[in-house]
Design a protein around this ligand. Structure first.
Ligand code: NAD
Ligand code: ADE
Length: 415
């Protein structure tokens, strides 16, 4: 089956973007150079559902040079960069993705990927893993990887219900992934998405961040850096306490609703901002989501209760409420950083995607020995990614002396 993309004429533009990303992904490019001659993925078919961005393009080129045959679909109807899809198609990758896919297109593309008889399934959000497990035929998959928190949570639910049929490596859980990608990547790119959609001044605004996990921490930190007053809402007492001691106000969404100028959800859960909150918001409030699925803001409820709606800018929809007040929704309530901007900067995806490439290699070499279930990224891979990134940045660290190693493992010496 040929690629299904928007426009192959965009390939030249896409190649320039890939060149730019490669400049900023030195660890992955060095990994590619090291691995290319080994061809450790020769004969391996990879079906991948990832946001089709320039950074994903660099990962796909790497897997391809390692010998894999790749089938790629988009992980969100709004996140595909059509020029990248065209460039990859021109390099022999089967791409089934375009920006603005309908729900139906999205599932047809998942079906094409599932039917490509993959040895390895790479996913971001676990839609492909879930789709494959609901097909009648037993999957002949060696193993899979999962990029994001929501996907890992879904796979753990499958594991608990004993329906997960192959081993999956939770790339999200590597330190060199979530500490940087979820926090600094989403922190910066969410601000970027909100600004591209609205171009408003953040200084002096009240920003309500729902969820103080890795993503929420990053968004809160960066919004504060722009001069906003940040309020955090949480359901976990520890995280709420942490937010408070990090210097943020903590309150319930029902109270924060009156105060916010901008609301950003990052919980991975549903119905975080509902009609009962929206009706109390200020005229002009802006709603954005950076959690994986478009369920955090009750968009269906908003559409039903609004008396009128219109597009006012790219990726910005205005809803007029019965009270006459207007609220604005960024990128249809889908991931604001990927729907209204370009996703995380290449520098952080550099580490996330080194973990992906090395996890795929690990599965090819060790997958048969792993039981079905969710597995962590082997710590030696996580550490090697940190080392590669430090090297690429030209940063040197100390090596413990013999005495220090001995002291660190002793118990006799105290006061
Ligand atoms: P996390 O588990 O570290 O944090 C989620 C936080 O939300 C937790 O502290 C939890 O207590 C809180 N929460 C849950 N329900 C809540 C509610 N009703 N109200 C307030 N807080 C609530 O997860 P994370 O790594 O921060 O990821 C969050 C979401 O962002 C996931 O969906 C993840 O897949 C997604 N994600 C998106 C991007 C992106 O590019 N936009 C990148 C990484 C992760
Ligand atoms: N997730 C968040 N940002 C991304 C990016 N730039 N590329 C691929 N996946 C992403």
């Amino acid at each position: 089956m040929k690629s299904k993309i928007k426009d192959s004429a965009l390939a030249t533009e896409g190649r320039l973007q890939l060149e730019w990303a490669e400049r900023h992904m030195p660890a992955l490019v060095s990994l590619r150079k090291r691995e290319a001659t080994k061809k450790s993925l020769q004969g391996i078919r990879v079906a991948a559902v990832l946001h089709v961005t320039k950074e994903t393009g660099v990962l796909i080129r790497t897997l391809s040079e390692m010998g894999a045959e790749i089938f790629l679909g988009g992980s969100n109807p709004l996140s595909t960069q059509d020029d990248i899809a065209a460039a990859l198609d021109g390099e022999g990758i089967r791409v089934y993705a375009w920006r603005g896919e309908s729900q139906e297109d999205y599932y047809e593309n998942l079906k094409l990927l599932a039917e490509s008889s993959p040895d390895i399934v790479m996913d971001d959000g676990a839609d492909l893993h879930s789709f494959i497990h609901r097909m009648a035929a037993k999957p002949h998959v060696l193993g899979g990887t999962e990029e994001t928190t929501t996907g890992v949570n879904r796979l753990r639910a499958m594991q608990d219900k004993k329906v997960l049929r192959y081993p999956v490596i939770a790339v999200n859980d590597a330190f060199t992934k979530h500490l940087f990608d979820n926090r600094y990547g989403t922190g910066q790119s969410t601000v970027d998405g909100i600004l591209r959609a609205t171009n408003i001044l953040l200084a002096g605004k009240v920003v309500v961040v729902a969820g103080y996990g890795w993503v929420g921490r990053g968004i809160a930190m960066r919004m504060r850096g722009m001069g906003s007053r940040v309020i955090v809402t949480e359901v976990d007492p520890l995280r709420a306490l942490e937010a408070s001691m990090d210097g943020f106000e903590v309150m319930r969404m029902s109270d924060a609703a009156y105060e916010g100028d901008i609301f950003v959800t990052a919980t991975g859960n549903r119905g975080i901002i509902r009609g009962e909150h929206i009706k109390n918001m200020k005229d002009g409030a802006i709603l954005a989501n950076s959690g994986h699925f478009d369920v955090e803001v009750d968009v269906a409820g908003l559409r039903e209760t609004a008396v009128e709606s219109r597009n006012v800018r790219n990726n910005l929809q205005e809803y007029r409420l019965r009270s006459g007040r207007r609220v604005y929704l960024v990128a249809e309530g889908r991931l604001a950083n990927l729907g209204a901007a370009e996703g995380h900067p290449s520098e952080v995806m550099d580490m996330s995607f080194c973990n992906q490439a090395l996890s795929v290699k690990y599965l090819v070499q060790q997958g048969k020995k792993l039981l079905p279930g969710v597995h962590g990224v082997p710590p030696e891979i996580d550490r090697s990614v940190a080392e590669m990134k430090l090297n690429a940045l030209g940063l040197k660290i100390d090596v413990p002396t013999k005495e220090q190693l001995k002291y660190a493992s002793s118990w006799e010496t105290g006061t």
